[in-house]
Design a protein around this ligand. Structure first.
Ligand SMILES: CSCC[C@H](NC=O)C(=O)N[C@@H](C)C(=O)O
Length: 714
């Protein structure tokens, strides 16, 4: 390479790395808790996360605020304090204690887990909970099984862990000299290699979760006697701490992946602590989750939806009354949106605190078309209203509510997530006045525009002809008349959505000079259940055409350079990337994808969610489904690899080597097909990454490689 070319290349790399470094240094809030100190002051504890590129890890820290309880002005803000080894922290109802679940490795490299109890004087108890050998590993703070709940009398803690498995050793092994007679009796022979099913992608080694109660004074642990065919989680205390309410997922006949999948068979149960009787309080023919008890302990709300079908979809909000022992629907599934207020609920879980102080209203946030909006739902009148958010056309989501003081996170494509505080007002007509907890850094060199798109008559859905869809165009500020090149970016899923959030990659692409068109094609969440269902049996066609038509519309408006269009997407977005470069070979300069689905016919035996392949291809699924030639034929027709002979655009493929959702073989097969066809391609494999590729060093490396790939092929 001539010297000048080497220098230019290095400069290019340096600039991209510089862009990434700047963006990676931005810290973002992850959670917050508000409590009133007295009539004059409010205390807010906030948790944040920041990428540390030097250490290749995420740094977590807390910042505490004292606010004026009248005008919410910040009186005191403490310096940031790094948090290490902490899995979970929970304040007791009175605010006197904190329970902290910590994890660290001892000198032998074994992982130890503790539950620590703190008060204002320091640590008052510390229990090595696994050493009692009542259960396996304590669950972390995931939305699926994890929970940590103080009893109302502050004497007990509720948490979940893996069920204890019997110890096993080889048929030929000798007993360890340290084993006493009792332990020897408990050891089973020859089962070391038996498979232990787990819940798949990002829930590896989570096989059967059980509910545990720690008596804080004595340190004794009680593991609730729940059925072995249920994985239990999301537990909370029932009225007067006499029962435990939880979600149970059916383990049988075998487990299907649970991450990004709310359609699995599950129900809400109560466990009577005196009689040990378990009762299902939800309809067992539906998939129910996320029970949440009102402050007056008279009722609870939860989500439910049909079992099976799309991996994510619109849910109902239901309420169970403890006194009458009856259920009612508070907000039903919205099939066809009929007003400008609410298109339905698309969340996995409710926030752990979501009730108004009077136990009459629920605050939640969910997608409404391409924005996350705040809702206040009155459980008595069953009325729903949208609360005003912090930024016009931006997104706002609830972080915490306590005695009607609400903390929200506000964001937009040019404004990183920041926290605001306000008071829920009794007059529904009045707008909430939001006050900053921290000031965001708005990037004025980035702008964004929301557009809705009507499919042309030939593309209208035969049953749901009225459906439209949306895009978010994110534009860099240009100093000359040159139009920016365009990155067409459909989301994965297909049942997820792009809301008007700040996304580091998108902001980074803009800062490197690209416009980004994020497409919420028909099938996305936030547009009603009809939209979700419209894509089943239509993948590789409806979604592909929606993306291409949206790009055409934006190009025809003269906002971007139509001669320089690039594809980008992950997972189902990678499916769309490979479809689009195959179906429209002359339209794209280059493409790039993460863990793409490329060949449906070979997915069912290897992904953790084989049902996805059947359902998205238009077939019903049950656990006994077997692939046959007629299924395969339809799956082939819908697969991007079918069009590989037509591809012209150079393609960069990136895989997370531990991905259980879309196995690396999908990208590898496509890579080989391109190579034999002399199409320029590169495969990058990231160790220790699964489906999302978000390990700090991998995410950073991938960003620079993507930008270099596009620049090289501009
Ligand atoms: C059999 S994999 C199907 C694709 C996957 N869907 C659900 O998990 C997907 O697209 N995932 C999204 C959420 C992504 O990783 O971006």
């Amino acid at each position: 390479m001539p010297l000048l070319a080497v220098y230019t290349e290095l400069k290019k790399v340096e600039e991209i790395v510089g862009v990434y470094r700047d963006l990676a240094s931005i810290s973002l809030p992850t959670s917050a808790q508000v409590r009133s100190v007295d009539d004059q002051f409010l205390a807010v504890t906030t948790q944040w996360s920041q990428r540390d590129l030097e250490k290749s890890e995420k740094t977590n820290f807390t910042v505490n605020y004292i606010l004026n309880a009248q005008d919410y002005s910040v009186l005191i803000k403490t310096p940031s304090q790094e948090v290490k080894n902490e899995i979970w922290k929970k304040e007791s109802p009175s605010g006197k204690y904190h329970a902290v679940v910590t994890s660290w490795k001892n000198k032998k490299g074994e992982e130890k887990q503790f539950i620590e109890i703190w008060n204002s004087q320091g640590k008052i108890k510390n229990y090595d909970v696994c050493s009692q050998e009542k259960h396996g590993k304590v669950n972390n703070k995931d939305d699926t099984f994890g929970c940590l709940q103080w009893s109302n009398n502050e004497e007990k803690l509720l948490y979940t862990s893996e069920r204890k498995l019997p110890k096993t050793k080889s048929f030929f092994g000798t007993t360890n000299g340290n084993d006493d007679k009792k332990e020897e009796k408990d050891i089973v022979l020859g089962k070391e290699h038996y498979t232990v099913e787990d819940w798949g992608e990002q829930l590896v080694k989570k096989s059967c979760s059980v509910i545990c109660i720690l008596d804080i004074k004595s340190g004794t642990i009680e593991v609730l006697d729940t059925p072995a065919d249920l994985s239990c989680g999301q537990a909370c205390w029932g009225p007067e701490d006499n029962t435990v309410v939880f979600t149970g997922w059916n383990n049988d006949p075998f487990r299907l992946g649970l991450k990004y999948c709310t359609q699995r068979q599950s129900a809400v149960y109560t466990y009577d602590l005196k009689t040990q009787k378990i009762t299902s309080i939800s309809d067992k023919t539906q998939s129910s989750r996320s029970p949440n008890i009102s402050p007056d302990q008279s009722k609870l709300v939860y989500f439910d939806q049909p079992i099976g079908g799309a991996h994510k979809q619109c849910s109902r909000l239901k309420m169970y009354d403890f006194k009458t022992q009856t259920n009612q629907v508070i907000l039903d599934i919205v099939h066809r949106p009929k007003d400008e207020v609410c298109n339905g609920i698309y969340e996995d879980v409710l926030m752990s605190r979501c009730w108004s102080h009077d136990s009459k209203q629920i605050i939640l946030s969910t997608s409404y078309r391409s924005r996350t909006v705040l809702y206040c739902i009155n459980v008595e009148t069953k009325t729903v209203r949208q609360l005003n958010g912090g930024i016009k056309d931006g997104s706002s989501s609830i972080v915490d509510i306590y005695k009607d003081i609400i903390i929200i996170s506000c964001t937009s494509p040019n404004t990183p997530q920041h926290l605001m505080v306000g008071k829920l007002l009794s007059n529904p007509g009045e707008e909430i006045k939001w006050h900053y907890l921290n000031q965001p850094e708005i990037d004025n060199n980035i702008s964004f525009h929301l557009s809705s798109h009507q499919p042309t008559t030939d593309r209208k859905h035969s049953k749901y002809g009225y459906l439209d869809y949306e895009t978010i165009l994110v534009l860099p500020k240009t100093t000359d008349d040159k139009k920016p090149p365009l990155i067409l970016f459909p989301h994965g899923g297909p049942h997820t959505t792009f809301d008007t959030l700040y996304m580091m990659y998108v902001a980074g692409f803009c800062k490197c000079g690209f416009a980004v068109l994020m497409v919420n094609y028909r099938g996305s969440l936030g547009f009603g259940q009809d939209s979700v269902e419209s894509i089943l049996g239509n993948i590789g066609d409806q979604d592909v055409k929606d993306c291409k038509a949206a790009a055409d519309e934006i190009i025809s408006k003269g906002l971007v350079d139509g001669q320089k269009v690039f594809m980008f997407g992950g997972s189902h977005g990678g499916f769309l990337t490979t479809h689009l470069i195959g179906q429209y070979p002359d339209f794209f300069q280059a493409g790039c994808c993460r863990n793409p689905v490329t060949n449906l016919t070979v997915m069912t035996g290897v992904t953790d969610i084989p049902d996805w392949v059947y359902v998205e291809s238009g077939f019903d699924y049950n656990h006994s489904c077997l692939l046959n030639p007629s299924y395969s034929e339809e799956m082939w027709k819908r697969s991007p690899i079918r069009y590989v002979d037509q591809v012209k655009a150079p393609l960069l493929l990136m895989i997370g080597k531990d991905d259980l959702r879309v196995p690396p073989s999908q990208a590898k097969e496509y890579y080989r097909a391109l190579k034999t066809r002399n199409i320029k391609t590169r495969l990058i494999e990231y160790e220790d990454n699964c489906h999302p590729i978000v390990k700090v060093d991998s995410e950073a490396d991938a960003f620079v490689n993507i930008m270099l790939w596009y620049k090289e092929h501009s």
